[in-house]
Design a protein around this ligand. Structure first.
Ligand code: LLP
Length: 408
């Protein structure tokens, strides 16, 4: 979003025009930013085959999936429903990786029958697939026991985590692979989201390289994600160019030692879409209490839960009045419990009906939204090649009632 003549625009379209046309609350995604991030990632690595799979849990509108596919990016999924959505968007099973955790065997069987690349993080599941689907190519998700990630909920590679097969259980895995003649074609790790320290990738990659020497038929190594984007000015973020240079070097060296050129995979969510998204909400009230000035908007934790759930920072701009003097606000929602988007935040003076824009609203924002308080979920708009498209209608009362059965 650019500020031109006191007006914010997205690909030349004034943000306020979008708000007037589609109403608030509203999610808007800029495909040029998604493309920029894909290109950055592709250009950062100098390996013969880089495979990027978009972690579509971050943003699963079918138009976004189609756009990402058109950029030659595969799909990373965690549920059969994400696989189905991906296939509706035109993905073929060989372009999809499926990384389930604690899901039932019935779902795993459905995925196997579709023919997607499975990534297994449970020894019993490995045994089951080996016994019932003997010719399946399997990737193994290793838990390297590395503490990484922006907060406790999104740190998943440590010793107490439910994810992955412990690196200490590798001897058992190798024994199973040999006995059941499993075809292990990939090793995977993902240690967390919003990784603050890029050194984690170097450490984790060494662990993955060591593990890889035990599996002679590998085709790829998947380094998961956790690539951190900036949420505020001067924020810590992953230096992708530096990471690309370091990891490409060690990866290429490893492949020489391994004796075969492997593919290097990443499966980013936030890195590709976080900065592409904007969430617009209208100010309903300015309420002064003895201690605080609240700006209350026509949204809440039902539409954007990250600040309340993880304490995440989303920059907030008053796009109706960008040049006004800054004042200090707590920006809050209209939900029947405390739903604070931001505390003690300096924002250009806000008046009722002013439109606020929440940045970094592309990843895990709409996809984590709900109907709490029986509120409708927002509309979604995609700005693509200088034009805007409605890609999800605002919900209506019919949507709230659609699956309800009036039994009495
Ligand atoms: N691969 C696996 C196996 C994952 O579990 C995840 C995210 C990703 C890739 C993509 O990670 P990313 O590039 O987005 O960091 N809702 C949280 C983030 C949860 C991440 C879950 N797994 C948030 O809003 O911060």
């Amino acid at each position: 979003m650019n500020l031109v003549n006191d007006q914010y625009d997205i690909q030349g379209i004034p943000a306020l025009d979008l708000v007037h046309e589609y109403g608030t609350p509203l999610y808007v995604y800029d495909t040029a930013i998604i493309k920029r991030q894909i290109d950055r990632l592709k250009n950062a690595f100098t390996v013969p085959h880089l495979g990027i799979h978009f972690a579509c849990k971050a943003l699963n509108n079918i138009n976004i999936l189609k756009f990402v596919k058109s950029c030659n990016v595969g799909l990373d999924t965690v549920s059969i429903q994400e696989i189905w959505l991906g296939m509706k968007a035109g993905y073929t099973p060989d372009q999809i990786i499926y990384t389930p955790n604690c899901v039932g065997l019935d779902e795993i069987e459905m995925a196997l029958q579709l023919g997607v690349q499975i990534n297994v993080d449970h020894i019993e599941t490995l045994e089951y697939i080996g016994t019932h689907y003997p010719n399946t190519k399997i990737c193994i998700r290793v838990n390297p026991h590395v503490m990484a990630g922006g907060n406790e909920k999104i740190s998943v590679g440590h010793i107490d985590s439910k994810f992955g097969i412990s690196i200490y259980q590798l001897p058992l895995v190798v024994r199973l692979v040999q006995t059941l003649k499993l075809h292990i074609n990939g090793l995977h790790m993902h240690t967390g989201s919003d990784i603050l320290d890029a050194g984690v990738f170097t450490l984790a990659s060494q662990i993955l390289f060591d593990a890889a020497t035990k599996f002679p038929d590998l085709e790829f190594l998947d380094f998961g994600s956790g690539l951190k984007v900036p949420y505020q000015t001067d924020d810590v973020c992953t230096d992708i160019e530096e990471l690309g240079e370091l990891l490409s070097k060690s990866f290429n060296e490893f492949c020489t030692q391994y004796g075969r050129q492997l593919k290097l995979y990443f499966e980013p969510g936030k890195f590709l879409v976080s900065e592409s998204g904007y969430f617009f909400a209208k100010t309903n009230v300015i309420k002064q209490t003895p201690s605080t000035v609240f700006a209350g908007v026509d949204s809440g934790l039902n539409h954007l839960i990250r600040p309340m759930f993880y304490g995440s920072y989303h920059q907030i701009l008053n796009i109706s009045n960008p040049k006004a003097r800054p004042r200090i606000y707590n920006v809050v929602g209209y939900i029947c419990e405390t739903d604070t988007f931001a505390s003690n935040r300096a924002i250009s003076e806000i008046h009722p009906n002013d439109v606020l824009c929440f940045r970094n609203a592309g990843a895990y924002c709409f996809s984590m939204s709900s109907n709490y308080n029986s509120r409708f979920r927002p509309a979604e708009v995609m700005v693509h090649e200088g034009r805007h498209y409605l890609i999800r209608q605002r919900e209506t009362l019919e949507d709230l009632l659609k699956n309800q059965v009036e039994a009495i």
